[in-house]
Design a protein around this ligand. Structure first.
Ligand code: NAD
Length: 250
């Protein structure tokens, strides 16, 4: 029997990177996964995978989130994975860039929680099960400071605060809420950041050098923690910012 057998789990930003790998890993462990993303073409590659149902969802669109919550069955698990890396210092971050980062990285989680939490709470009360929310934060800048991660670090620190608040509010109602803080993970957007650097070869070396383990994480280094935090194996874990960072914060 899978570790997520019988659970319904929604994942945002599931068309590529950590979200996609998490959808596949959760389905493999027996969950019914609702894989969502703004990128319909990326989702198409997941359609037809056993245990995965795809839905186009822009997490910046409140009406679309509300409509999807009305359409889907109540969830046992929710992985708010969507996020964007703004590159630069405070001097490179105008109001529009700040607002975009906070909207996509933080307010999206607020919207998705407002839409899906009532159903999750009702289900866990009715069935005496443990519901689990996982919010994507990051090791970079929210836990350990790095240059050129001004807006990013601010948003991911906010995700950790939001996570602890939700955990504290619903701890007695069968709902847990944790934040995931990966180190540097080899995903399409990381490859774009490397390619956009003035010296891409040096940029890749610098990203690798961050991890004392001596390499980038693969998405498969991250998904075991996702499965664990969404499963009942983590039933005594809530309000935590969980690091999977290759030793960066030793
Ligand atoms: P990625 O950045 O390669 O892909 C992001 C996905 O988000 C894409 O499929 C994109 O279509 C989707 N997306 C963008 N805007 C959206 C919107 N408005 N609504 C719905 N989906 C939208 O994936 P990744 O690198 O695995 O990053 C996923 C998350 O993990 C992000 O929150 C990121 O900050 C976080 N993270 C990544 C790393 C890393 O090194 N890659 C490290 C720590 C944390």
């Amino acid at each position: 029997m899978g570790r997520l057998q019988g659970k319904t789990i929604l994942i945002t930003a599931a068309a590529q990177g950590i979200g996609r790998a998490s959808a596949i890993a959760c389905a493999r462990e027996g969950a019914q996964v609702f894989a969502t993303d703004i990128a319909a073409e990326g989702l198409a590659a997941l359609a037809g995978t056993a245990g995965i149902q795809t839905h186009r969802l822009d997490v910046r669109d409140p009406a679309a989130i509300t409509a999807l919550a009305a359409e889907l069955p109540p969830l046992d698990g929710l992985f708010n994975c969507a996020g964007f890396v703004h590159h630069g210092t405070v001097l490179d971050c105008d109001d529009a860039a700040w607002e975009f980062s906070f909207d996509l990285n933080v307010k999206s989680m607020h919207r998705v929680l407002r839409a899906f939490l009532p159903g999750m709470l009702a289900k866990s009360a009715r069935e005496q099960t443990s519901a689990s929310v996982l919010n994507m934060a990051s090791m970079a800048s929210s836990i350990k400071g790095f240059p050129n991660r001004y807006a990013y670090g601010a948003t991911k620190a906010a995700v950790i605060g939001l996570t602890k608040a939700v955990a504290a509010d619903f701890v007695k109602q069968g709902l847990r809420c944790n934040a995931l803080c990966p180190g540097t993970v080899d995903t399409p957007s990381l490859r774009q950041r490397i390619a956009a650097a003035a010296d891409p070869v040096q940029a890749e070396k610098d990203f690798i050098a961050r991890q004392p383990l001596g390499r980038l994480a693969t998405v498969d280094d991250i998904t075991p923690q996702v499965v664990y935090l969404l499963s009942d194996e983590s039933r005594f874990v809530t309000g935590q910012a969980v690091l999977v960072d290759g030793g960066v914060t030793i």
